[in-house]
Ligand binder design. Sequence first.
Ligand code: PGA
Length: 253
Amino acid sequence: MRKQIAAANWKMNLTLAKGEELVDQLLDATTGLTENQEAVFAVPFPYLVNIKNKLAGKSNVFVAAQNCYNKVSGAYTGEVSAEILKSIGTDYVVIGHSERREYFNESNQMLAEKINICLEYKLKPIFCCGEALEIREADTQNSYVENQIKESLFHLSAEQITGFVIAYEPIWAIGTGKTATSAQAQEIQAYIRVVLASKYGKEIADSISILYGGSVKAANAKEIFSQPDVDGGLVGGASLMATEFAAIIKSLK
Ligand code: PGA
């Protein structure tokens, strides 16, 4: 049974004290997680150790970095490697968020390199994909997302991609309050699974968790997560509020 995941993406928000307080408020909600459910906190690099310590002894709750560099180590002042992240107990790494693709020019090829390095250091990537508004308006979102997946993931072996985590996040729905309808999310996420099955077979495609991201909140999480090919969410704005994110965790199927 594939994992159902509620992932908080704090982005560049909260102080350490506010982040710790938020996690404290959410611990209760995470005690209800079942065996196939996880809560993940993608926090700023400097908070990873503190938040990881807060989660010590809790089941099915993990920390994620929001990025890592596409080189193993060396003279790259200011960058953070997968090896460094692993050494401090990081579990997951968000790779290729649309904000990184847009503001930091991250290409599909560069993301493939980041994924390889994460896997080398036994970090679990959360690979983000998703189309801009003009692509949705031209109704070419399926082929656009298919290409992102092929260029960044299709070099992986069957073993490497089994149990992988992908987040489909339409850019027009991120931080805009405009959510894809549950039918829109289901349609493209079912398509993503077909694309994965075409390369790796149905069994492996069925093991891959595909999260939806883009204005998920307490009020719409249950409906979106109830779709058969939606395995939880990657949540920005609403993950900064304890009551909102607690309700989102409880909306996992
Ligand atoms: P949002 O962000 O929930 O604020 O739309 C989602 C994301 O960027 O991961």
